[in-house]
Design a binder for this molecule. Structure first.
Ligand code: SF4
Length: 319
């Protein structure tokens, strides 16, 4: 039986401690695919303010972008960051036995703000003794050279990761989900970050509209070949009040089945070079916002059990 190379084991081996990721959502961040810079409305599966009845209420909110010349909410953002790190760190220490932390800038596009803001937030996150580094989730069209250079500087002392949404290498799919960039844009961004020596995690989605298994696996193979160091695999699920929800209700979109997702996942893992660590093998939500497929609303352990069964059938140890 073969042991899978997971991100957890990578971190444990490198730092000798149990390292956990602290996810953050900081107000003021948005996405160029939502604010109209690239497109409005965002990816068809993304639940964002454009669909919210509270939009009018939020209109007074500050949203940053790469051209913002000032940031009146920086103090508030730092406060939010502090509160979230302290609360999540406490929970992870007591419930999970976590010893060190990677701060994960997760919600929206976390490089889509002026450099001074990003630097202030990243520096603050790294100021905690037990924070060993950062992981920054973003889009391939939203990272400046100035920021990359700063991340390279930080990476001399800290564990720095960029997480790019790849989703699919097929431009017709990216267009269909209103991604707002093409596949070449992601490929170039990943290769550029790798050429600078940064760690890159790529996100892939299985079950995108009009994609068959061969296409999903081609996306995985391409992502591996572009040089990613780590991968997150997700099924596409439908959340209420999204454009994808309209397609689902009209019958224009049918979600991937649990069996097909697991089969595709196992094949993608079999094709994966060993050195690429796995950060995620599934995703879902267990609240009322999930529309379909219902298996994405199962407790995470149920899904992991099913995946582990298939992994073991295929000669891998459970994760
Ligand atoms: S890139 Fe991310 S935040 Fe932006 S619209 Fe797509 S899913 Fe939403």
């Amino acid at each position: 039986m073969k042991q899978l190379h997971t991100f957890g084991t990578y971190l444990k081996k490198k730092f000798k401690y149990k390292v956990s990721k602290i996810p953050l959502g900081i107000s003021g961040f948005t996405c160029p695919n939502i604010d109209g810079t690239v497109a409005k409305g965002g990816c068809t599966f993304c639940l964002n303010d454009s669909f919210s009845p509270n939009l009018a209420k939020n209109a007074g909110k500050t949203f940053l972008n790469l051209q913002s010349t000032s940031n009146p909410i920086l103090d508030q953002q730092i406060l939010e960051l502090e509160e979230q790190i302290l609360a999540t760190r406490k929970m992870m220490k007591t419930q999970w036995g976590s010893q060190k932390f990677l701060v994960y800038f997760q919600a929206f596009t976390n490089t889509y703000a002026p450099f001074e803001t990003l630097k202030a937030l990243y520096d603050k996150a790294l100021s905690y003794d037990d924070v060993i580094g950062l992981s920054i989730g973003t889009r391939s069209d939203s990272v400046t050279e100035e920021l990359l250079d700063y991340l390279v500087e930080l990476s001399k002392e800290k564990e720095i990761w960029i997480e790019y949404g790849i989703q699919s290498i097929y431009d017709e799919t990216l267009e269909k989900i209103n991604r707002g960039h093409n596949s070449l844009n992601v490929e170039e961004a990943i290769k550029h970050a790798k050429a600078k020596g940064l760690n890159v995690c790529g996100h892939l989605i299985f079950g995108l509209p009009n994609e068959n298994q061969e296409m999903m696996l081609n996306s995985a193979k391409a992502a591996y070949a572009w040089g990613i160091d780590s991968v997150k695999y997700h099924p596409l699920y439908v959340v209420k009040n999204t454009l994808l929800a309209n397609d689902y209700k009209s019958g224009a979109f049918e979600p991937i089945s649990k069996e097909d997702y697991i089969d595709t996942l196992i094949k993608a893992i079999q094709l994966k070079p060993d050195h690429i660590s796995i950060q995620r093998v599934t995703a879902g939500i267990d609240d009322q916002t999930l529309l379909a497929p219902t298996w994405c609303g199962l407790p995470k352990n149920n899904m992991l059990n099913s995946i582990n069964k298939e992994l073991q059938k295929n000669g891998f140890l459970a994760i």
